[in-house]
Design a protein around this ligand. Structure first.
Ligand code: NI
Length: 228
């Protein structure tokens, strides 16, 4: 939260133009204090509301979804043809993201951030994180294409794929939205850009927003690895 220190208010006072009366500068001072109150108070209540939404004492920077009645798992096939469920990753933190290979901006940003998070964690903790990318465009995202796409970001990342029905079922299980949007002769996909974290016991715990930083992501992953 931005704070205006007393020194910056008083330096504003001393910076009055030559010839400006003391009354004028006192008015400027009061305007500065009034401005601080007007700006500062709504920010305070904004923080309180955010705390309320994230459950008060949440240890996470992302949205605490612990105990949510959705997000319990998936049953898909990985890019190497191996059937996968959440149970395969027990003992690790799982970061699950929905997207598609031809995504021009959001997915590449999310995956670049994910590789940045791996670096921030360092080799020991990164080994305890499994990044999973679920394609919402199985029609175009073949296993081969998904293998190349993951390798471009981090060879440790795993892409998951289902048929149209399994993809829809998985998205529904996480309240994820996706939709084909026609663009001339082809199409793009609209999709939810949250990243979901599961703790090493396989419990659904955190939803991180696309706007959040790699540091925020690493913070929450460390919290889960540390037993949060
Ligand atoms: Ni995308």
């Amino acid at each position: 939260m931005p704070q205006i220190s007393i020194s910056s208010i008083s330096s504003g006072r001393s910076a009055r133009a030559p010839g400006e009366s003391l009354v004028g500068s006192r008015r400027a001072y009061l305007r500065a204090v009034g401005g601080f109150l007007a700006v500062g108070l709504p920010l305070l209540s904004g923080c309180d509301r955010l705390k309320e939404l994230t459950g008060g004492n949440s240890p996470f920077k992302g949205i605490d979804v612990t105990g949510a009645p959705y997000g319990h798992g998936f049953s898909l096939t990985d890019m190497n043809g191996v059937p996968r469920t959440l149970a395969d990753y027990k003992g690790q933190v799982v970061m699950l993201y929905f997207g598609f290979v031809q995504c021009p901006d959001v997915c590449p940003t999310a995956l670049s951030r994910a590789s940045q998070v791996m670096e921030l964690l360092g080799p020991e903790q990164a080994a305890k994180l499994q990044v999973l990318f679920v394609t919402v465009d199985p029609e175009r995202d073949t296993p081969e294409l998904l293998r190349d796409y993951m390798a471009a970001f981090d060879p440790r990342f795993v892409a998951l794929r289902g048929d149209a029905q399994a993809t829809q079922a998985t998205a529904d299980a996480f309240k994820v939205y996706y939709k084909q949007v026609p663009t001339g002769s082809t199409y793009t996909m609209d999709h939810t850009a949250l990243s979901y974290l599961f703790d090493p016991q396989g419990r659904f715990r955190v939803a991180l927003r696309h706007e959040q930083t790699a540091d925020d992501y690493a913070h929450d992953i460390r919290a889960l690895l540390g037993g949060a």
